[in-house]
Design a protein. Structure first.
Lengths: 260, 761
């Protein structure tokens, strides 16, 4: 399946979901809407522990898929990080802030206290120049960005915004042999599908100097939404095996960033 | 004035001071003792009777003064009537020998006043047999001339001195001359020198032998005790070996005589090319200061570095403005083990910082969960698979060890002892990083590893201890290669580095520990050491009690290409491995000597657990400057575990390369090459001020006398009074010394004057 055909498939799935056949069962417009605090909770002060950092941005055109006022950056917030923190602390020795996470903008110098950050819904992501400069410097100095929760044509916006940040960057596919899939849990297969759209997930990456032998600066969960599994892991939203796999990916991402 | 004093003394006391020093007082008049007592009693009675007659015409005080004056006069007369004399032994003319040792070393060429050299003064005094002093000496003694520097050699013509000796060894030279003249009636030795001895020989031992043989040594000091205008590189210290690409720390002690200027430059050059330069404030007149300068060494091999302080115009001695040092730069990969007890960013950032350093082989072991490890840099799939090394042989294969946030309970007691021995016995470098499981928080108190910490471990009463500290170098850290941050070639202020955080309530520095970085709490709650180290046995242990050095990399205020963070870690780890020895090492004691001097080689041989091997067959493979290969068997030094030694004469000028070879049943172990340079090392120009104190001591301890160029004219008459050689005893009357008559006249005049002033005369 070509990239173009995957995008087309994604568009069909979105159209299907938009038809309302599924939306009725998810308050909030086609997706489970529990995690959508439009305002960020107060940030915790830096104390050296791993703190889940979510990137806040202005959605393209000032509105997102959820309609006017849906900021998009907050999808699954704060339940996803809250649940993920508990799991990370439970399965590993990583000292972890357990009360959720921080929300920061890309031009906030505070971001440099946290070398791992999470960006959701990049299909609606927009960066101004200050944010682009901030993210670029953060990435080049050692930051590791997890990009999640987008599919189909949202790719184009992500690609456009990334080009502003790192004009020279190439997003390349990762296969299961990449160390990030064996940094804590051994991920046997990358045969994932999007929790809503059913499309085949792709794991993509951006390397330092576009050299796959160098540091992975960004992991891109295209056609995937692992935070969705985290958010609803306490409510049997998805089969436990799938939720486990989502957690495994997340833990691996964190441990990878702390070891490589 | 000083010159006139002996003459005045002789005018008053009839003889020279040396006669009174050497002579024994006797009374020549053979009078029974009771007669003397009777005479004294009569004198006293006469005095009392005389002055009682004065009666009420004088006050009691006046009577007492007059009686005392009269009594003194009578006493002096009595003593003179006893005919006091001095018995002295003197050399029999023409029967004795005097050995004259003339300093032939390079330091004699120094012109203390900028005009006349010490050598010229020596030549004018003793360089010509027809000169006044040799002539006067020759009237009574047979003279034997020696020139000396490293040793003493007989010369027939004292004018033919070259002043090219590269070393001044007074002890050996005195021994040589004494032995050479042992069969002759030696009345004494004369040493003419600046006293600038720079040998390792024991002068005390030589003087004891000289005293036992009762040979008096007369010393003549030439030169000034303080050079009027001089900058001297008194000492330069640098590591003998370094990894390629490392910065080494050169420590130079610069001394100034005369206030030449306020600042100077310390320059490090190689083959005329400037490697580093540092301007520093000069100390005051007669003072010294230590200057530290990091120098990066990129090329492998034996590096001859010239360290110098450019001379001021008009400096009489410029050779002491520079010293050369020899650093062996090795291109090899040193294994460093970093054990991190929990997933955290320090591991990733440190790993990245040294990833491109081909001379550091980073082995990472991160405990990600209970019994689960992430390994990186291992050479074998089974390496560290079970976690931290359990055998000393495995652990001692590394040169440096970094302990991250890992609690003491993660190790067995034997592992903790092995880590301690890794530093103290193996000589490795150990770094303690801060973290929630480190230091006191990791319960290292009362463990076998507690002594290795350079700072004290104290229980914190605050379980949520957290400090944000702004880090700055201490004075010791200013010039240290680890903390002298460089970005490109320009030093960058520490001010722009982000603050770090600490969760370890650390104590104070232990005795002997050095702090290189200090952190000041941003909320004003005091300061704490951030980077401190101490020697622990053969190795060094370093503490870095902060949890996030990586914040120096994640700095929004600096460009991504800033390399200060990488430089810090690379220099720190390189510094830690720099002195960690191999199992076989070779050291040259004094790796720069003059031609003909000896080179002493020391080899140390250890087994895999770094216990000394004292039954090995060790050979030194010496490659001489001409390319000849010599194999020298080395002898075990009794009492020094695993240490072997050999000494051989360095007869070729140039660079020697020496390797220790230890054949075993399986293969032959060899050391890294050590290097030595043979040639003119200019030793004579360092510490070249005249040292009359040493010459004074030699004269004093052997029964001789000390002279300067101004007083040496007294020598020929003094040296006559010796007890060594063929002598005779002379009686010299002293009752007729002019001082006695002057005293009598003075006392009588005083009495008469007193009486007259009171109307009694």
């Amino acid at each position: 399946m070509t990239h173009r055909s995957r995008v087309m498939l994604g568009l069909l799935v979105v159209a299907w979901m938009g038809s309302g056949m599924v939306l009725a069962q998810f308050p909030g417009g086609g997706r489970r809407g529990g995690g959508r605090n439009s305002e960020a909770l107060p940030n915790a002060a830096y104390d050296g522990r791993f703190t889940f950092v979510r990137i806040r941005y202005n959605a393209v055109g000032g509105r997102g898929r959820g309609g006017f006022g849906d900021p998009m950056w907050n999808h699954d917030y704060p339940r996803a990080e809250y649940h993920f923190d508990q799991i990370l602390a439970e399965v590993s020795y990583a000292p972890t802030y357990l009360e959720g996470g921080n929300v920061l903008t890309l031009d906030d110098p505070e971001l440099f206290n946290y070398p791992i950050a999470y960006l959701t819904e990049p299909g609606f992501w927009s960066v101004n120049q200050a944010e682009a400069d901030g993210l670029r410097r953060w990435l080049l100095q050692g930051g590791f960005l997890i990009v999640d929760d987008f599919a189909g044509e949202h790719w184009y916006n992500f690609e456009d915004q990334l080009r502003i940040v790192l004009p020279e960057a190439r997003v390349v596919p990762l296969d299961v042999t990449h160390p990030i899939f064996d940094s804590f849990f051994r991920i046997e297969s990358l045969d994932f599908t999007h929790p809503y759209y059913g499309v085949q997930s792709q794991f993509l990456g951006v390397f330092e100097d576009n050299d796959p032998t160098k540091r992975l600066m960004m992991i891109v969960n295209y056609n995937n939404d692992i935070a969705e599994y985290w958010e609803w892991s306490d409510q049997s939203f998805a089969p436990i095996e799938l939720t486990n796999e989502a957690y495994k990916l997340g833990v691996n991402y964190i441990i990878y960033a702390m070891t490589h | 004035m000083l010159v006139a004093l002996p003459s005045l003394f002789e005018a008053l006391f009839k003889y020279r001071p040396v006669v009174f020093e050497r002579g024994r007082l006797i009374f020549a008049a053979a009078r029974p003792a009771f007669l003397v007592v009777m005479a004294l009693a009569l004198i006293a009675l006469a005095v009392v009777f005389t002055y009682r007659r004065l009666g009420g015409r004088a006050t009691p005080r006046m009577r007492f003064a007059l009686s005392m004056l009269r009594a003194l006069v009578l006493a002096i007369v009595l003593v003179a009537l006893l005919r006091p004399a001095l018995l002295v032994t003197t050399a029999v003319p023409e029967r004795n020998v005097i050995g004259i040792l003339l300093d032939d070393s390079q330091s004699m060429e120094i012109k203390d006043d900028g005009v006349t050299s010490r050598a010229a003064v020596l030549q004018s005094l003793f360089g010509d047999r027809a000169a006044p002093i040799p002539t006067q000496l020759a009237e009574r003694f047979h003279l034997r001339f020696f020139r000396f520097s490293r040793s003493a050699q007989r010369v027939s013509d004292p004018s033919r001195l070259a002043f090219e000796g590269g070393r001044s060894d007074l002890a050996t030279s005195l021994d040589d001359a004494r032995r050479d003249l042992a069969a002759l009636p030696l009345a004494g030795l004369v040493v003419v020198s600046d006293g600038a001895d720079n040998a390792d020989s024991s002068i005390t031992r030589s003087l004891l032998a000289m005293s036992a043989a009762e040979v008096p040594v007369y010393t003549v000091a030439l030169g000034a005790e303080r050079l009027t205008l001089d900058l001297e590189l008194a000492r330069v210290e640098a590591p003998r070996a370094a990894l390629r690409g490392s910065s080494i720390l050169i420590e130079a002690l610069v001394r100034q005589s005369g206030s030449v200027r306020d600042t100077a430059e310390l320059v490090v050059e190689e083959n005329g090319q400037r490697l580093a330069v540092h301007r520093f404030a000069l100390p005051g007149d007669g003072q010294a200061t230590t200057v530290r300068l990091p120098v990066a060494l990129a090329e492998e091999g034996a590096r001859h570095l010239l360290v110098r302080v450019p001379p001021e115009s008009g400096e009489p001695v410029t050779r002491n403005n520079e010293r050369s040092i020899l650093v062996s730069v090795m291109d090899r990969s040193e294994r460093v083990l970093y054990y991190e007890g929990e997933p955290r960013f320090e591991f990733a950032f440190l790993r990245r910082a040294v990833a491109s350093d081909t001379n550091l082989h980073f082995v990472g072991l991160q405990r990600t969960a209970d019994g689960k490890y992430f390994r990186v840099g291992v050479e074998d799939s089974l390496d560290l698979v079970g976690g931290f090394p359990t055998s000393r042989e495995e652990l001692f294969g590394y040169r440096a060890l970094v302990l991250g946030s890992v609690e003491a309970a993660a190790f067995t007691a034997e592992q903790l002892r092995a880590i301690s021995d890794f530093v103290s016995r193996r000589g490795g470098g150990l770094l303690f990083l801060g973290g929630r499981r480190a230091f006191s928080e990791g319960a290292y108190r009362d463990t076998p590893l507690e002594d290795a910490f350079p700072i004290t471990l104290e229980d914190s009463d605050d379980p949520e201890f957290f400090r944000v500290v702004k880090v700055a170098p201490t004075p010791a850290g200013m010039g240290h290669p680890v903390t002298a941050l460089h970005s490109g070639s320009a030093p960058v202020a520490w001010d722009s580095m982000p603050p770090l955080t600490s969760v370890n309530s650390v104590g104070r520095l232990k005795a002997g520990a050095t702090s290189l970085l200090q952190g000041v709490d941003t909320l004003g709650r005091g300061s704490q050491p951030v980077l401190a180290y101490h020697r622990f046995g053969r190795g060094k242990a370093v503490a870095l009690p902060v949890q996030d050095v990586w914040r120096w990399k994640m700095n929004p205020a600096q460009p991504p290409e800033d390399r200060r963070f990488e430089g810090f870690w690379r220099q720190l780890l390189r510094w830690m491995v720099s002195e960690a020895p191999d199992r076989v090492t070779m050291t040259v004691l004094g790796d720069q000597v003059d031609e003909g001097e000896s080179l002493t080689l020391i080899a140390e041989v250890r087994d895999e657990a770094f216990r000394g091997l004292s039954n090995a067959s060790v050979q030194a493979l010496v490659t001489t400057p001409s390319g000849r290969l010599d194999e020298l068997p080395m002898d075990w030094e009794v009492g020094s575990e695993g240490q072997y030694r050999v000494t051989f004469p360095a007869v070729e000028v140039g660079q020697y390369e020496i390797v220790a070879l230890v054949p075993s049943n399986t293969d032959t172990l060899s050391s890294e090459p050590a290097f030595a340079t043979v040639g003119d090392v200019g030793r004579e120009y360092f510490g070249a001020e005249a040292r009359p104190a040493l010459l004074r001591r030699i004269a004093s301890e052997t029964g001789g006398r000390f002279y300067t160029a101004e007083t040496v004219s007294e020598l020929p008459r003094d040296i006559v009074y010796t007890e060594r050689g063929i002598t005779r005893t002379e009686r010299l009357d002293v009752w007729d010394m002019p001082i006695i008559f002057l005293l009598l006249a003075g006392l009588l005049t005083a009495e008469w004057g007193l009486r007259r002033s009171r109307g009694l005369a």
